[in-house]
Design a protein around this ligand. Structure first.
Ligand code: SIN
Length: 315
């Protein structure tokens, strides 16, 4: 006989952190099963604030996965770069994980490093849940931007224009950077290239988001290279405007849970000027295929949809 689930009785509270993006949630222990009303409140806060944060949640890998499962189906840790040994759902965000991918920093621009997770896939994960384990005493903050606000703050004629456009997303070295043989091999083994609308209609809220993941979006379909570069740079500069963003200071035990359909984020680079270590772990949830304002869905140019980790285990 199954023991009855003991639900938590504390009240959840939502504390917004900026005008448009990010809220901290208190009054919940993520290591325990959530009551359906807690799941509903967290999901509503996620949809409204696009990224929600929790403090002092010292989760094991198993508890992290169990928390994630209450909101969706965990994907494989990372479709190209693999997962943590023994935990196919977990991707290790270690400080030096990219050290062997590229030679040199390349051309650094204000939007460099901003991305939405795995938009090279035709069904990018709908959400990502990142938990901090080893956190530097200072430095190493992560930033998120609200792509719905960014869309709403474009002028009406430009909104109407970008509504009609589509772009090609893929894993490739940043501009001006030589990829290592290891990176090339990983990307060749699991090639992911997809065409997404530049404006994505959110499947739950119906909001339009400016879906322009700077790290993955390489060109606008049908544009000349110069046209594509000029418009994308304008849009990337726009989506990373500070007033659309929130900046999160990590502690060990912090958890960030973001809606990947409505945000882009920036991993810190100041940690490379410090000797401190930084270790986080991420679980992502299986996403649907984006749809544009015209009702046309994204399409895969190369590669398969990102599936659930449990599907991989049985096949
Ligand atoms: C990520 O891009 O998911 C990692 C963010 C971070 O390292 O803060």
């Amino acid at each position: 006989m199954n023991a009855a689930v003991q639900y938590q009785t504390d009240a959840i509270a939502i504390h917004p952190l900026s005008a448009h993006t990010g809220a901290e949630i208190t009054g919940v222990d993520l290591s325990l099963p959530l009551h359906p009303t807690q799941i509903e409140s967290i999901r509503a806060a996620l949809l409204q604030w696009k990224v929600v944060f929790f403090r002092e949640q010292f989760l094991s890998h198993e508890q992290h996965i169990a928390f994630a499962r209450q909101f969706g189906d965990p994907t494989v840790g990372h479709p190209v770069f693999g997962s943590e040994a023994g935990h196919p759902e977990i991707y290790s965000i270690s400080k030096h994980r990219k050290a062997t991918r590229f030679d040199g920093p390349g051309l650094v621009r204000p939007w460099t490093g901003w991305h939405t997770d795995v938009t090279a896939a035709v069904n990018p994960p709908f959400a990502s849940i990142l938990r901090g384990v080893t956190i530097p005493p200072y430095g190493g903050d992560t930033q998120w931007t609200n792509l719905v606000t960014a869309y709403q703050k474009l002028s009406e004629p430009l909104r109407r224009f970008v509504d009609t456009l589509r772009g090609v997303h893929e894993f490739a070295a940043p501009a001006g950077v030589q990829a290592s043989a290891e990176f090339e091999q990983a990307v060749r083994q699991t090639t992911l290239v997809s065409e997404h609308p530049l404006v994505r209609v959110h499947p739950e809220t119906g909001e339009a988001a400016l879906y322009v993941s700077p790290g993955f979006l390489k060109r606008i379909v049908g544009f000349t290279p110069r046209e594509s570069q000029a418009l994308l740079e304008l849009l990337w500069e726009h989506v990373t405007r500070p007033e659309f963003t929130v900046r999160f200071k990590w502690e060990a035990g912090s958890v960030a849970f973001w809606d990947n359909r409505a945000t882009a984020h920036l991993a810190p680079t100041d940690i490379f000027d410090l000797d401190f270590d930084r270790q986080l772990y991420r679980v992502t949830l299986v996403g649907d295929i984006p749809v544009g304002p015209d009702g046309v869905a994204s399409r895969s140019i190369a590669g398969n949809p990102v599936g659930a980790a449990h599907a991989l285990a049985v096949n």
